[in-house]
Design a binder for this molecule. Structure first.
Ligand SMILES: Nc1ncnc2c1ncn2[C@@H]1O[C@H](COP(=O)(O)OP(=O)(O)OP(=O)(O)O)[C@@H](O)[C@H]1O
Ligand SMILES: [Mg+2]
Length: 311
């Protein structure tokens, strides 16, 4: 059966959440008291906001009877808040629980009107209901909602945590993964563990032994050595050779022209050329990148960029 690893390996307990040590520690204090205030989890995607909220509910209640999860961006109007949230909030909690919990994912997608309605609902049902609001930016929520919540900031997951997580999944899935591969996964995910997990799963569908090559294939990037060679050809006026290299990278490796420009950008400073030369290349790169963004044909632009590199 096909299963998404982000679901399969989603932590069930606060202990299993990677990174976010401070947040987890403070949340544990609430768990030991058996009660929580309204919470706001703010931070970039894939850093464990929804996961942590689910773990918290699990540790507080042990079941899901007094819990509902809504996604604000699916139905971003005021009606969602009015109907769904109110319906759930106004009935008494089931069993021994003292309150219910509503997890509102992507709360920053709510319109201002819906946020006003939400604010009133939070006040009206404060006796029986707690909210956990997940969002990317806390500043997108109106001030009165912010002030009704304890705010937790979720950081991009640090390198050693991404590494540990990737290694653990690899072990459970009986994969072999080398350090170069892990390095590439981290570079690509930028602290987003959902992305890291998805890349790993995509790699595993290609090969049980995962190398840097496998990852580069999955994320559609060229090896740094290839980029260096491409630039060297172009800088020394060997345009046809650099063009051949470009086509190789695109056809054999599936690297897109605009992804290539971004990679070139990140590598210019590692090149062994004079500083003035680097400045010149960056300026050219910026021109061509701009044209691509404006809608010009990316392939023609990348070729023109390579052609313009020779002094
Ligand atoms: N801190 C973490 N510890 C362990 N796994 C994580 C962590 N963050 C993300 N993951 C993995 O990524 C998946 C998605 O995480 P989650 O849904 O919690 O992200 P999110 O922060 O809510 O993102 P979004 O802003 O997109 O809603 C999880 O199922 C899990 O596999
Ligand atoms: Mg989420």
């Amino acid at each position: 059966m096909f299963e998404l690893w982000t679901e399969k390996y989603r932590p069930k307990k606060l202990d299993e959440v990677y990174g976010q040590q401070n947040t987890v520690k403070r949340l544990r204090a609430f768990v030991s008291k058996g009660s929580i205030p309204n919470l706001m989890f703010a931070g970039m995607q894939g850093t464990g906001k929804t996961t942590t909220a689910l773990c918290l509910v699990n540790e507080l209640f042990g079941d899901k009877f007094n819990f509902v999860e809504l996604n604000a961006s699916d139905e971003r109007g005021i009606e969602t808040v009015r109907i769904k949230i109110k319906d759930f909030a106004r009935t008494q909690p089931i069993g021994k629980a003292e309150f219910k919990i509503i997890l509102l994912d992507e709360a920053d997608a709510l319109t201002k009107d819906a946020q006003q309605a939400l604010r009133r609902t939070m006040e009206n049902y404060s006796g029986t209901c707690r909210f956990i609001l997940d969002c990317n930016y806390s500043s997108k929520l109106i001030e009165p909602i912010q002030s009704r919540c304890v705010i937790f900031r979720f950081k991009p997951v640090a390198k050693n945590d991404v590494e540990e997580c990737v290694k653990k999944i690899a072990e459970k899935e009986q994969l072999k993964i080398d350090d170069g591969a892990i390095e590439q996964i981290f570079g690509e995910c930028g602290g987003d563990l959902r992305r890291a997990t998805n890349i790993l799963q995509a790699c595993a569908s290609i090969d049980k032994e995962i190398s840097e090559e496998t990852v580069l294939e999955v994320i559609g990037k060229a090896k740094s050595g290839d980029i260096e060679e491409l630039l060297k050809f172009a800088l020394t006026g060997k345009f046809l050779e650099s063009r051949k290299k470009l086509y190789n990278l695109m056809i054999e490796r599936g690297v897109s022209p605009d992804a290539l420009l971004k990679q070139i950008y990140s590598q210019i400073f590692k090149l062994e050329i004079e500083d003035d030369e680097k400045v010149r290349v960056i300026k050219l790169l910026a021109d061509y990148e701009f044209r691509i963004v404006e809608g010009s044909n990316p392939l023609i632009q990348v070729e023109a960029f390579l052609a313009s590199l020779k002094k």
